[in-house]
Design a protein around this ligand. Structure first.
Ligand SMILES: [Zn+2]
Length: 257
């Protein structure tokens, strides 16, 4: 098991940076204070642990060992919990405190249905509006996905495979759509991390390329059909039977690199 380190923090930040809703704070670009840096460090370590399934769904996030492991106080930890609850990565319960989110079957169905509807419409709109070699940057992204896969860089691969869907949508230049899809991609990435088979819990870059091929050939019905099948496949791989287990939070986050 990897110990917590600066590199892991940076990876975790990148893992979700593309897939998370825009930060609420307008001063997000300003240099981080120590306190903000600590919040970001704890937040990213927790997200990374959830996405790598080291913290399974339903795991209780007990405050004392976490404060000790991260060297932070309770009020800072609670602020991080509130952020993560807002992103639906964890849930806050009156009695049990913070627990790793365990999306229901119905929540997963709804999230994937929303993605199929939105992303099909995005492909249709792109075919009507976009001109020239507009897919070049998305093609490049698929090459990077393949590269991350070949190098065994799983964090980067997961991030890039979500980024593909966001990049296609971003070509339309509609910020409302971008925001909606970012939120959905974050949640479905979490669902795949929680309930997907480890070896298949990210997108296939071959399928990503096939969708681009169909779009470039002007065959929009085929592109939509491939996208729908791609998202259906991702949904089918989810098995909501992973039980919560006892996790030693001190051991997971406490040991230095
Ligand atoms: Zn995909």
């Amino acid at each position: 098991m990897m110990a917590y380190s600066q590199i892991r923090t940076a990876m975790a930040r990148r893992t979700l940076s593309a897939a998370q809703p825009a930060p609420a704070e307008p001063e997000a670009e300003a240099p981080l204070s120590d306190e903000s840096a600590d919040e970001a460090r704890v937040r990213n370590a927790l997200i990374e642990a959830v996405l790598s399934n080291q913290l399974p769904p339903g795991t209780r996030l007990v405050e004392s060992p976490l404060c000790q492991a991260f060297g932070v106080n309770r009020s800072l930890l609670r602020r991080v919990f509130v952020q993560l609850a807002g992103e639906r990565v964890i849930e806050l319960h009156r009695n049990r405190g913070a627990v790793v989110a365990a999306p229901t079957q119905e929540e997963m169905r709804q999230a994937f249905e929303a993605r199929r509807l939105i992303e099909g419409a995005v492909l249709q709109a792109l075919s009507e509006r976009a001109q020239g070699p507009y897919l070049a940057s998305v093609r490049q992204l698929v090459c990077e996905e393949h590269d991350a896969y070949r190098k065994g860089d799983r964090s980067r691969w997961v991030r890039l495979s979500g980024e593909y869907h966001l990049r296609l949508t971003a070509l339309l230049g509609n910020q409302d759509l971008d925001h909606m899809l970012k939120s959905l991609v974050t949640r479905t990435t979490l669902m795949k991390a929680l309930y997907g088979a480890p070896e298949r819990s990210t997108c296939s870059f071959d399928e990503h390329n096939a969708i681009l091929d169909a779009l470039e050939a002007g065959n929009v019905p085929l592109a939509c059909q491939l996208m729908s099948a791609h998202l259906n496949d991702a949904e089918r791989q989810l098995k909501r039977d992973t039980g919560a287990s006892q996790v030693d939070l001190m051991k997971l986050f406490g040991s230095p690199a």
